[in-house]
Ligand binder design. Structure first.
Ligand code: SAM
Length: 257
């Protein structure tokens, strides 16, 4: 799955550079507020894609490193950073094995990427390892549902949208993953939407290059689902099509000193 995800994202890298959903969102605003007025930071963004999360640290960081397995994503990251006058370092690697020194970064961020990791425990261990003692790991990602049936529906939708989707973890599972990695949760918000007005289903599919067949299968699945279940997972019927919430959590964990 690692290579399949890397190859897929490499093919569709430009979609993410140009995605309004990725470029600005309530969670990026929240991340900015959590960092506050701290400056001179060393920051690493894992699964950085075009760098929209890394760019939150412009003007606050001494060093910004982006890690991603897709060379084309990293090329876009460098180009966008240059256009913002920001110096960055781009590292081609999977989150499960990051070729960077231990205990280095004040913040290690990872947004909308961890649901693609084939070994989430290994990735969490790596995110912790490269964080300084007293530094913070911030995960922003899609999350699953506490109700197993709704969680199953959510998973079906996500896999149709992107076949390299591994899992949107429930909040209980995230708590377990942070605990197992030795990170103390200092901030947790759930049921945040990356786009509170919703993303039209066709646009959501366009960003991921899901294809016409997947789009049609998503519509069919939603048409055959009780509308009460749509509401429970935040999907709405807009005037002309379904609107998806891109429902995320933001979890910040501290590495003990
Ligand atoms: C939706 S994009 C991330 C968006 C980006 N973080 C942002 O805020 O705009 C998902 C990224 O995860 C990367 N990815 C997939 N599998 C990965 C892995 N095992 N380790 C690190 N990154 C991975 C992909 O190459 C892709 O660039």
């Amino acid at each position: 799955m690692q290579d399949a995800a890397r190859n897929r994202f490499d093919r569709i890298a430009d979609n993410y550079a140009n995605s309004e959903v990725h470029a600005s969102s309530p969670t990026l605003q929240q991340l900015s507020e959590l960092v506050g007025d701290r400056t001179d930071l060393e920051v690493c963004d894992v699964g950085c894609a075009a760098g929209h999360t890394a760019f939150v640290f412009a003007g606050r960081a001494r060093t910004v490193v982006g890690v991603d397995p897709s060379p084309t994503m990293l090329g876009n990251f460098r180009t966008l950073a240059r256009s913002k006058g920001l110096e960055v370092e781009a590292v081609e690697a999977f989150a499960e094995s990051i070729p960077l020194a231990s205990d280095r970064f004040d913040y290690v961020t990872c947004r909308l990427a961890s649901h693609h990791f084939s070994d989430i425990d290994a990735a969490m261990a790596e995110l912790r390892r490269i964080t300084k003692p007293g530094g913070r790991v911030v995960i922003i990602d899609l999350h699953g549902d506490d109700d197993p049936e709704l969680d199953g529906l959510n998973h079906q939708l996500e896999v149709l949208h992107d076949p390299t989707h591994v899992r949107s973890y429930t909040i209980a599972r995230w708590r377990e993953l942070f605990g197992r990695a030795g990170l103390e949760i200092v901030h947790l918000e759930r049921d945040v939407s990356e786009r509170p007005s919703g993303v039209p289903l066709s646009r959501w599919c366009e960003i991921a290059s899901s294809g016409a067949a997947a789009h049609a299968a998503l519509v069919t699945l939603l048409e055959h689902t009780d509308p009460a279940r749509h509401e429970a997972i935040g999907v709405r019927r807009g005037p002309s099509e379904y609107m998806v919430p891109v429902r995320t959590c933001i979890i910040m964990g501290e590495k003990p000193r």
